[in-house]
Ligand binder design. Sequence first.
Ligand code: KIV
Length: 279
Amino acid sequence: MCAFLKKNMSVHVQNTRMTTAKLRLMKAHGEKIAMLTSYDFTLASLVDEAGVEMILVGDSASNVVCGNQYTLPITVDEMIFLTKGVVRAAQHALVVCDMPFGSYQVSEEEAVRNAIKIMKESGCDAVKLEGGEEILPAIRHMIQAGVPVMGHLGLTPQSVNQFGGYGLRAKEEAEAEKLLRDAKLLDEAGCFSIVLEKIPAELAAKVTKAVNCPVIGIGAGNGCDGQVLVLHDALGLNQGFKPKFLRQFAHLAEEVKAAVGEYVQAVKDQSFPNAEESY
Ligand code: KIV
């Protein structure tokens, strides 16, 4: 075991901010990595205080924040706007911003330009993008330019129209082999981490063992180095969304509706504001 880890039982309780180097040490140490999405200052502050190692400003903001059906419409400028608030909130967690659909597929130059724009304007620590071998040249250029890159394989929601839905990926041998190959290529190219979404647990565990960088799963079983969930799903705010992989750690939709209902009632019956709540 390295000296750093000998001295420190938990990498997270280290004083300063999470770094990509510390995440690698966590993998080496077998300490699991917790990641959640956030899209605004207030919730990101709570998520950061509660102790996650990474916050993802996911392009799931397109669904969760903007109400779109897919992640595809969100733009680079919209992602930057949201990420700025999260960066202001994060005292410890490493902040990763998703590169939206269309911002890295056209050319390597455009990918690097957009990645640098996102990092400079939002202040995030790293970017995430979806895909394997097809986007490897763009990933290599970004890493050469000094941009820390997180990969994303398996169910990649920006390709929903190609997949024809959000079903389990890599069930068949050919797709599973390609996914394993892609993960090794991303790892060799220098990605600091890889997200695996909605693939069989056995395959995810195999990929996790095969690569050096930390692998973060969502719907990929518990053999990964860490887990990520969309915050609104984990808090039970996203009504009606309950895939098999999701655990709701709270049921805030009911609590929010009950609180708002009480507020409406108090306004109508004039019990709010009372004398103590007035100047
Ligand atoms: O956009 C997002 O929230 C994501 C996670 C589901 C990994 O990419």
